[in-house]
Design a binder for this molecule. Sequence first.
Ligand SMILES: [Zn+2]
Length: 435
Amino acid sequence: MPARSRLLAPPFALLLGLALCAALAAADPPEPASRLLLVPDRVFDGAAESARSGWAVLVEGERIAAVGPRAELAGRAAGVTVVELPGTTLLPGLIEGHAHVLLHPYDETSWNDQVLREPEALRVARATVHLRRTLEAGFTTVRDLGTEGAGAADAGLRDAVAAGIVPGPRLLVANRALVATGSYGPKGFAPAFAVPQGAEEADGPDLARAVRGQIGQGADWVKVYADYRWGARGEARPTYSLEELRTVVATAASAGRPVAAHAATAAAILRAVEAGVETIEHGDEATPEALDAMAREGVWLCPTLAASEAMARYRGWNGQAPEPERLAAKRAAFRAALAAAVPICAGSDAGVFAHGDNVRELELMAAWGMSAPAVLRAATSGNARMLHLEGEIGTIAPGLVADLVAVAGDPTADLAALRAVRLVLQAGRIVVDRR
Ligand SMILES: [Zn+2]
């Protein structure tokens, strides 16, 4: 049976290769793990109320071995490489909770044209640049919430980063995302044309197949559009029924995937929360009732303030008073979410605006009512918890992955310091060095 023997050939070759590698490895003693002692002016661990002056961090191999006063770590520092970082604050690598690495700013190219006119290879090539810029800005993990017409390219990018083929943050991806038939875009074409959509249309019981298909193509998260601007006057209206959202959540949960829901309206937020989603994206029209439901169920809000601000500017606002009505409403919804003690994700919707400018979201969170340390906790330990990665990243503590960033100045006093990245470590390796 020739077909069968052809199928067997690659695994045999692989096994032989592995055996040779094992033999070669046995001949040499294992490489000792690299040991770095990072010595900034202060350390913000991602969870505390404030930064600690005079602290240092010991990194062994890929992980953090110790954090504490420099004098205490000096005893363990025999044979380490000391990395002096004068004038800086060391903090956990920042985590972006909502981005689209396959999109670029809408004032360069409209979303419609990106979806309909840009070949996937062009979009992927551009995304590799976005990934590098995001890493250079101190973001070592990104949750990407939909390829917007670029198929399953996000999983390939994730794997390319993990394999060291292109530089970039660790990615968690959501494939194409799910939309109710007729609700999404691009739209406005003659019905004779079947126009490709920016997400996968699926409804009713077929949602189970669609969720499984996306997971099969590599989705770490499942994203569903619980509402969209398809109202009779172009306003946001709910799309999926409660039952449909329950199908999505139950199917995803069976495979251990959490669900993120795009939702602006209170009705969609309430349905999505009741169905069991873990994060609400945008939340522009959240009412006290919707926010209370989120707080009660521990559902995160990714407010995407920076995308709203960018869109206002694309529509002609110059950043001065008077603030556009939509932006004022967004600010009010964000403040109400803070007052209701909804867990806040740091998620910007980068892609609507430039990748690498992700700090824009953190600056707006501070400008609109959060303290700088609270913003930093949201972008580190908070987002790590949201991603179910709190035992791996988001805090500077022994045993966690050494994803770290050093910035000039003290971001716990002024977030503008985040714009001055001096060093980025990824799993204990220096990947950005601007000392
Ligand atoms: Zn988005």
